[in-house]
Design a protein around this ligand. Structure first.
Ligand SMILES: *[C@@H]1O[C@H](CO)[C@@H](O)[C@H](O)[C@H]1NC(C)=O
Ligand SMILES: *[C@@H]1O[C@H](CO)[C@@H](O)[C@H](O)[C@H]1NC(C)=O
Ligand SMILES: *[C@@H]1O[C@H](CO)[C@@H](O)[C@H](O)[C@H]1NC(C)=O
Length: 299
């Protein structure tokens, strides 16, 4: 039927060669791709590693490395968390193995609180086996939006003011000053829902942005002004605690009496109340102690 003929042995040989090539290509591929673990910044990452024979490795040696750094060292029970030296500073106190998993040949590790700098290619090495075994795991740490005041030149806390308290409703103004790049400024309620606010007012001076956004509130609650700089993965906020009491008296100047207090002001206020109570109680205790026989009717 076909005009294509090969001696049977030659056909078999080329098939073997083809399969061998396929197998080695697959091996290279799997070694290059390895295993990928993607984690969000700040979370804990488990990097898997299982010896192919699944034998007990309690009395064995294994190493975890990353781009030339020593991540974790295990030597017949002595390891990086019980005195074995040589671990890279970056990983000190953050990497642990799973002791109860060792008898199953499981040399996985957990890295706590992963940082951007932890991203990279890890290898889990069993050096003493007949065929030295190495497993490759790529850790990808994904940046999240968070307060990065300490690490970037991002926007500082926005300033909340109440420019107009005399109207029926309370006007809250939030101002982000001198931020670069231009931030997004939004008002949110206590559940994080974005509230419809007025158009923000943006001005720019020397590459720095000044953004002001107003909102009118009519209900008691906690209001948050959120400033976001996506480019820097930076997000920072200030909060205002607003008390709006319903119409309680007819002689009030405004239909509703309005009040607002920032979070810190409230904390200071509570502090004073607690202090006053403490002072009062200790005064009473002291007083009653000194006059225990005086039978003061007030005590
Ligand atoms: C190895 O141990 C880790 C941590 O306990 C676990 O998450 C993982 O499933 C184990 N792997 C195997 C193959 O048992
Ligand atoms: C890690 O390995 C992958 C796949 O081999 C490669 O694409 C990547 O660039 C490597 N990353 C680092 C930081 O070396
Ligand atoms: C916010 O309200 C104040 C007071 O009424 C006003 O001066 C300011 O221009 C307003 N800002 C915006 C962005 O509308």
């Amino acid at each position: 039927m076909s005009g294509f003929k090969l001696p049977p042995t030659a056909a078999l040989e080329s098939l073997v060669v083809f399969l061998w090539l396929l197998a080695s290509f697959g091996k290279i591929l799997s070694q290059e791709n390895g295993f990928k673990v993607a984690m969000k910044e700040g979370s804990d990452a488990v990097l898997p590693c299982l010896i192919s024979t699944a034998e007990n490795i309690v009395e064995k040696i294994f190493d975890w490395e990353k781009d030339g750094q020593r991540v974790f060292i295990y030597r017949l029970g002595s390891h990086s968390n019980n005195g074995h030296t040589g671990q890279d500073e970056q990983f000190r106190g953050r990497v642990s193995h799973f002791q109860d998993q060792l008898k199953k040949g499981n040399a996985s590790i957990k890295i706590q609180n992963v940082k951007m700098a932890d991203s990279g290619n890890y290898s889990c090495i069993f050096p003493q086996l007949q065929l030295r075994e190495t497993f490759y795991i790529q850790l990808v740490v994904e940046r999240i939006l968070k307060d990065r005041s300490g690490e970037t030149r991002g926007a500082s806390k926005p300033i909340i003011t109440t420019p107009d308290k005399t109207k029926d409703q309370l006007l809250l103004q939030c101002e982000a000053r001198g931020a670069s790049p231009e931030p997004k400024v939004e008002w949110q309620d206590s559940s994080g829902k974005i509230l419809p606010a007025e158009e923000p007012q943006v001005s720019e001076r020397g590459g720095r942005y000044y953004v002001t956004i107003n909102i009118t509130v009519t209900k008691t609650g906690r209001y948050r002004c959120e400033v976001t700089q996506k480019e820097l993965y930076h997000q920072i906020h200030s909060e205002a605690l607003v008390f709006i009491s319903e119409k309680l008296c007819e002689n009030c100047f405004t239909r509703e009496s309005l009040g607002w207090m920032s979070g810190t002001a409230l904390a200071v206020f509570i502090c004073y109340v607690v202090l006053a109570v403490l002072v009062f109680v200790s005064y009473k205790v002291l007083h009653s102690g000194l006059n225990s026989s005086a039978c003061d009717p007030l005590l």
